[in-house]
Design a protein around this ligand. Structure first.
Ligand SMILES: [Zn+2]
Ligand SMILES: [Zn+2]
Length: 345
């Protein structure tokens, strides 16, 4: 099968790789669409994500949908021909976190397309991929392969909003209008947030956020005072969600969250120690929590998409054939032109 294999930074090759044998509890899925994620971009441009270097050829991709074309001998409940969103989290299902329903914190996680462990876990940008049957969630025919591939980032947003606590009637600030930031806004709205503001350094994605129904967009590069006015009277927002991975953005959130509010870290920060305004956190009794990937929220995300409860079309920027993967990665990294780019074979 052909796959998009990263050998080093900016050395992505479409090449033949051997297909491994199907396990009894696994299915083989023919690739439908695959979204390019920020972590894929980091691997492609830098050869690493956070502290994890690409040390051997790595098939990228973890936002994948497709069609089931072969079943392992013990698989039931999935049929050949089923259109599925593939959950890239292959949790062990047996450790204490898995058994407690927090599989995103699994001690033995094998997440597709990740250099976090060695040998690396290969990803889903390939003509076929093999996943455990429980990783494949059927989607109805009216959900396109591109939309189905959005289940993964949408699940990230659903999990982060759950970590934010009650959202109904609340005022919510989101830092970063990338794919995750805009999906956070869509989920916060679906969960009943009364007022949603979003910040970014670039105007183009803020226009997409407006089209997605965000109440106020703030370009902190050109109009920082628009955010600073929320610092008055010990802050304004009930909830702030950090989705930029920028230390400066994180620090700014503590100034605009009201006493008793909550800050959720969703974005991945640069390696090392990031400063936090601990005295504001202390004096305002702000809760500061992390949100990492998702667990049961993958099914929730598929349900939202299948029932039309969340419309992700505002973030769909382009789809490009795998043979033009280099151009697709360059486009996906251009924040003036794209939010989410998908690959197809
Ligand atoms: Zn992703
Ligand atoms: Zn586990």
């Amino acid at each position: 099968m052909r796959a998009a294999v990263l050998h080093a930074a900016k050395d992505l090759r479409i090449e033949d790789v051997p297909e491994r044998a199907l396990g009894a509890d696994e299915v083989r899925v023919r690739f439908g669409a695959g979204g390019i994620c920020g972590s894929d971009l980091s691997y492609y441009f830098k050869g690493r994500v956070g502290d994890f270097d690409v040390r051997q050829p790595l098939i990228l991709g973890h936002e994948v949908s497709g069609t089931v074309e072969a079943l392992g001998t013990s698989v039931s409940g999935l049929a050949i021909g089923a259109r599925v969103a593939v959950n890239p989290s292959r949790a062990c299902l047996t450790c204490d976190y898995c058994r407690a329903g927090r599989g995103n914190l699994c001690r033995n996680m094998r997440f597709f397309g990740s250099a976090a462990i060695f040998p690396h876990v290969q990803g889903g940008f390939s003509e076929t991929l093999i996943a455990r049957a429980d990783q494949c969630v059927p989607v109805p025919d009216h959900v396109s392969m591109r939309v189905a591939a959005c289940a993964e980032p949408l699940a990230v947003a659903v999990h982060a909003c759950r970590r934010a606590g009650e959202l109904a009637g609340r005022s919510v600030l989101i830092a970063g209008a990338g794919p995750i930031g805009i999906l956070l806004a869509l989920v916060a709205r679906r969960m009943g947030a009364a007022f949603i503001a979003i910040t970014d350094l670039v105007e183009a994605p803020l226009a997409v956020a407006r089209a997605a129904g965000v109440d106020e967009t703030i370009c902190v590069a050109t109009a920082p005072e628009q955010l600073e006015r929320y610092e008055a009277d010990k802050g304004y927002f009930d909830i702030a969600l950090e989705a930029t991975g920028s230390p400066q953005a994180l620090a700014s959130l503590f100034k605009v969250v009201r006493p008793g509010g909550r800050v959720v870290q969703v974005g991945m920060m640069p390696p090392g120690v990031i400063p936090v305004p601990a005295n504001i956190l202390m004096a305002r009794e702000i809760d500061f929590v992390g949100a990492f990937r998702f667990h049961g929220e993958f099914q929730t995300a598929v349900d939202y998409l299948s029932r039309g409860l969340i419309d992700v079309t505002p973030i769909l920027s382009a789809d490009m054939p795998m043979g033009e993967a280099d151009a697709a990665f360059v486009l996906a990294a251009d924040r003036n032109r794209a939010i989410k780019v998908h690959l197809t074979f």
